[in-house]
Ligand binder design. Sequence first.
Ligand SMILES: Nc1ncnc2c1ncn2[C@@H]1O[C@H](COP(=O)(O)OP(=O)(O)O)[C@@H](O)[C@H]1O
Ligand SMILES: [Mg+2]
Length: 315
Amino acid sequence: MDDSRETTPAEASASNKVIGVRRLKEAMAKPASTRIFTVANQKGGVGKTTSTVNIAAALAMGGLRTLVIDLDPQGNASTALGVEHRTSAGVYEVLMGSAPIATVIQKVAGFPELDCIPSNTSLANAEINLVSMVARELQLKEAIDEISVNYDYIFIDCPPSLGLLTINAFAASKELLIPIQTEYYALEGLSQLLETYTLVKKRLNPALTLSTIILTMFDSRTRLSNDVAANVRSHFPTELIDIPIPRAVRISEAPSYNQTVMTYDPLSPGAIAYMQIAREIAERGRVKETEPIDEELNSPFNSNVVNINYKGGIA
Ligand SMILES: Nc1ncnc2c1ncn2[C@@H]1O[C@H](COP(=O)(O)OP(=O)(O)O)[C@@H](O)[C@H]1O
Ligand SMILES: [Mg+2]
């Protein structure tokens, strides 16, 4: 699973454009109701943003209506999705109550089912400005409630801290997704994250569930990566989706072309791993036969725009 080949300039400029629309031949399972995930880990650089944008893109390619909310002032998710975020109103204005959420949603080019609410640099002031507000922990939740019915999946990409922005995300979500980097100190800080999760569950949002853990930047050749994976496997046997994302150059290159790896190099090992994780997430959310089925959610899948056919399934 080594994906360390370099990109030639010709390849790079060829892949600089998103061409056509991206959909898979085989649709992914629709959830019974909107699944809202917070992607959090207060460590920086563990793959929160990378996982958010690629899993969201993969679900959208599977025909699921998906929204990414970029809650990090750095705006990396907005960049990776090629969404304008320097001058546009975004999630900051929503948190401050100065823009209705529906007005700041942008379409992601090339993905008919994928939307993004960008962050902008004002978001850096949000933590301070929120402090004096009433129901400051619930600003995002109240906004998301207005639009969540329009989506199958919503992912909130958090900044690397456990401040008010992340608390807003926890309060607005039903599920928590934690990416764990298979490196030194991977589990450091995890107990603090879990304490915050428990506290939010008790005080703010009893419905929140730590449902999903993924392993990022996995290098199967190193003992360390394998040790971290084994450790997480033993502590979180049901939460872990045991499809490690390989450390892969193509994954890290994609954002500089304002792309996800799903379009930048869809057949690279990193893209395939994210696709498999997305399928597993969708499977876990599949409507059980005993649950009522929403007619609209179950409409036939339009596959006339297929240009990539992944071999689905979990290895
Ligand atoms: N599987 C991977 N292989 C190689 N590089 C990766 C991988 N996942 C993430 N990266 C790179 O690592 C850096 C940190 O990832 P990022 O998703 O921004 O982390 P976070 O959002 O947790 O801070 C980025 O430069 C990203 O491109
Ligand atoms: Mg990030």
